[in-house]
Design a protein around this ligand. Structure first.
Ligand code: AMP
Length: 147
């Protein structure tokens, strides 16, 4: 097995997120490699309006509130894993794209994802996991998650 030198784990906030994060932490320790943690903000509602970019004020409040909740959850997980502040990535966007993009930018040599997450168990390997596997420029490890 290669000696990985820079590992990235992508976590959602599903019931499986912590399991994936803990396995990634263990692996990073075994390889004596730094662990980067990434969460992509993809579920904060910014509705389309007939007026283009005009967003109703109550939506702004709701969005800020949701953002604060997500930030808090992310910080808790990173603190629990003792992740270096420079290796914490909380990014807006589409998960598959942001995961592979960050991995390229940060010269990651192993991306760790869960086999599925909050998009359900209907398929064996989730859509994000599959997308990352197809588009990444490095090895991808999917942690097998049971239902
Ligand atoms: P899915 O394919 O969406 O069921 O999720 C599979 C795996 O992709 C999850 O276990 C996570 O490792 C990763 N993932 C999914 N959504 C996100 C997200 N918003 N941010 C970071 N990682 C994610």
């Amino acid at each position: 097995m290669p000696q990985y030198q820079n590992i990235l784990v992508a976590i959602d906030f599903s019931e499986y997120g912590m399991e994936v994060a803990l396995k990634a932490k263990q692996l990073a320790e075994q390889f004596n490699a730094p662990l980067n943690v990434l969460h992509v903000l993809d579920n904060i509602p910014i509705p389309d309006t007939p007026y283009g970019t005009v967003i109703p004020l109550d939506t702004v409040d709701l969005t800020n509130e949701l953002l604060e909740i997500e930030k808090k959850k992310f910080k808790q997980i990173c603190d629990q894993l003792n992740i270096d502040p420079d290796r914490r990535w909380l990014i807006w966007g589409e998960p598959q794209h942001e995961i592979t993009q960050t991995a390229s930018q940060e010269k990651i040599d192993l991306i760790i994802v869960g086999s599925h997450g909050h998009h359900g168990l209907a398929i064996l390997v989730g859509s994000t996991a599959k997308g990352v596997l197809y588009h990444a420029n490095c090895d991808v490890l999917a942690i097998h998650l049971r239902d």
